[in-house]
Design a protein around this ligand. Structure first.
Ligand code: VGL
Ligand code: ZN
Length: 188
């Protein structure tokens, strides 16, 4: 079984949001087109308490629980019965990955859900290439999943101008298979 993991396509990461990423809205239409190619689609939400420690000196306040910034883009098609994974709720430790908090001591339900559905292959897209996508990809690989990155359906924060390229290279070196959305359609 395969699954598409759509990471953090939330208003605060889109242009105009609190941590708005350049051009991030341009990936949404194609994400909507490819969801039907997968056995399962799982969506993640960055979901922070209002006083999350990452707001002190790392990130602007973003994706605060129940705020409009934490909502999925209104253009993203999220099926009613889609599985949604929430992350980043612990005040004192961030969780970029959809699987584990950054210190690896606690985990979201994602791995057990995938195991129960006999998923062995994960395709990952969404935001941001250099943070939550990358951390999720690294954990997926370490858990033994065959892991694809749909590179054209990710966008990077680019704190440094080359962070997108560096992240893609790191994921590739760790064993991820880098593809584009066009490759997917041809393979099916
Ligand atoms: C993210 C920074 C802080 C992400 C989340 O979704 O990549 N980046 N929180
Ligand atoms: Zn966050």
């Amino acid at each position: 079984m395969n699954t598409l993991l759509v990471v953090d396509v939330q208003n605060d990461f889109l242009p105009g949001g609190q941590l708005g990423i350049n051009n991030a809205d341009s990936i949404i239409e194609k994400i909507n087109e490819i969801t039907k190619l997968f056995d399962y689609c799982i969506f993640t939400k960055d979901w922070h308490p209002a006083n999350h420690s990452s707001f002190i000196n790392i990130w602007p306040k973003h994706c605060i629980q129940y705020s409009s910034g934490a909502e999925f883009s209104k253009n993203l098609i999220v099926p009613k019965d889609a599985i949604i994974i929430y992350k980043g709720m612990d005040n004192v430790i961030d969780s970029y990955s959809a699987f584990f908090d950054n210190d690896k001591t606690s985990e979201t339900p994602l791995n057990s859900i995938l195991l129960s559905k006999k998923v062995d292959t994960i395709y990952i897209c969404g935001l941001a290439t250099d943070y939550c996508v990358k951390y999720s990809v690294m954990d997926a690989l370490s858990l033994g999943y065959k892991t694809y990155v749909i590179a054209d359906l990710t966008r990077a924060v680019n704190v440094c101008p080359n962070d997108y390229e560096t992240a893609i290279e790191e994921m590739k070196n760790a064993g991820a298979i880098i593809v584009t959305s066009d490759d997917l359609k041809l393979n099916k």
